[in-house]
Design a protein around this ligand. Sequence first.
Ligand code: SF4
Ligand code: SF4
Length: 708
Amino acid sequence: MIAQIIFLILLAAAVFLFTRNVRKIIRNIRLGRSEEITGDTSLRWYTLLRVALGQSKMLTRPVAGFFHVIIYAGFIIINTEILEILIDGLFGTHRVFARILPGQLYNFIIVVYELLAGGTIIAAIVFLWRRYVMKLPRFKSSDLDGWPRSDATYILIFEIVLMVFFLSMNGADHLLQHRGVGHYVKAGMFPVSSSSFGLMFSGLSDSGLEWIERSAWWLHITGVLIFLNYLVISKHFHIIISFPNVFFSNLEPQGKFNNLDAVSLEVKLILDPSATPPDGEQPVSKFGAKDIFDLSWKQLMDAYSCTECGRCTSVCPANITGKKLSPRLIMMKTRDRMEEVGKTLDENLKAWELSALRGEFRGEHGGKTLLYDYITEEELWACTTCNACVQECPVNISPLSIIVDLRRAMVMEDSRVPSELALMSSNMENNGAPWQFSAMDRMNWAEGMTIPLMSDFAARGESPELLFWVGCSGSFDDRNKKITRSFAEILQAANISFAVLGTEESCTGDPAKRAGNEFLFQMQAFNNINELNNYGVKKIVTACPHCFNTLRNEYPQLGGNFEVIHHTQLLQQLLLDGKIKVMDDHALKGRGVIYHDSCYLGRGNGVYEAPRAVLEALKVELKELKRCRQNGLCCGAGGGQMFKEEEPGNKRINTERASEIVESGADMVASACPFCMTMLDDGLKQQSGERTPTMKDIAEMVADSIQR
Ligand code: SF4
Ligand code: SF4
């Protein structure tokens, strides 16, 4: 009875502390602004099963993934065994399930528990080995200096100790069962404990064994209850919170950034001064996020779900090339800031908490903000918005969404923007392009060609089948004008009814949006959407993945609903339909070609196959780079980087990618993005060596290889 009372007190204290700390975490998450989660619920359940329960993203790195699955399964499944321990502890029974469940079933469960316990010990040792003997860079990183590194170590040691208690308890129990001592019911096989701890204990007396079994039982359950409470102050809370976090994760294409409604309202009023704001709508005083209160609850939940594994940082092009940005650190700093604010709330609980939850607890709390005091401008401006971190995260966290919201506050609230980006914005405002070119020169690429304009069709009261959205780079950049010409030639060869907007085309606003200037983006977007809707445009093709992404994903919410395809998708279709035919003998046949995935086409929109299918139709010898498809390395242009100097680092991102291309030994690089073309062409020119591969857009390769 005394044992039962002690057990009850221990359990109640652990549950009380755990609940209290979890409530604090929930309170901290609720400091964020509201965010409506929409989308297909069945897809959400499927994502939960696949990513959280099935650990699908962990397994993309097989060794770490395999051992993590063992630890994870060990944790989840062995803890079901706690149920039996709880009943035994509360009611003074022993192995209660052995009496209730059919013998074979109980036997099977014990075998599974034991194998997992043994596996967990091995996996934890492997993880310690990777950290302290192999010293993998992502664990050696200064991101983890101090408590984060100790935390990871403590937890691995904790897991080993818990499993040792579990197996010693079973080992002693098994021997006692066989000796027929007291209440030790015969309960089948104990494969791991009997062949390890059981052997060690076999010379002990019955009372010695009983002492070990009872001590290990108590130590195991006490350890589990301590572990439970340790979770909530450690990154290991992800074991619990990653499930809802994955369930609520973004199901939209990764390239799609949210449009700020507050900005839409202002822009609409500017474009149409006679319009009146909807009833009750107040002018908005804040844009973007300066502190945790301006991030959404989901972004804050992301921070609590971060496992600090560093996979995101290990694939981040900015980090790889020595910039200060580490997406893992973005998440850790967001959590640190939440914890700091939470601590103040605890100290001044009532007054602070009430005002915080009413949304009044905002601004520079404690003289600090997440932006500037925790996360610096240099870190934020290093991001290329390539989505590699989002793709890689095993629990579907998006460090990028926080980076973009912080950039928005820097740009729109504080006007803190690199001078080159300020120039880019003013060019866009004045010329409708990020460079200082006159809008009247937009059609210069078509010199000597007869390219139909939308206005010509409209004058005849007709509309073409397709609008070819040329994009700024394809219109003004001398190298990329060749891509535009090639693609237009293909459309003509295939007898496609198409037109361009010509001088009426204006930048989609993509670089402004990624650089935090949502206001300018929406000005561009609303004007373009008006133009396109006036012409009754239904279907758009573009050779630029950035335009493709913006028109396809970000315009619909603002009233621009078009079918948007990328030129590689159209080329694939034209080849399949036989509307263009590859010559039997052309210069590219058999040449060793590698394809560089554009971030906004690949990760951003999942277009991986169309470009490859076109290259295969050209019968080139298609090779893959080490980092390709979902793992492709950014060229360094995205997120406004194209228009500014890279942040300080140890090399340029395009140089890193160009070296990888040269190492691949390919003859030629195929690209499907004018920005990648500029960056990599430049990177390749700087490579020393006997020969560097030439670079072509897929449209140019097709134009060179088809029958005319
Ligand atoms: S989006 Fe790309 S550059 Fe930005 S933090 Fe993530 S991985 Fe790094
Ligand atoms: S954000 Fe995701 S990938 Fe990055 S450290 Fe956290 S859990 Fe790992």
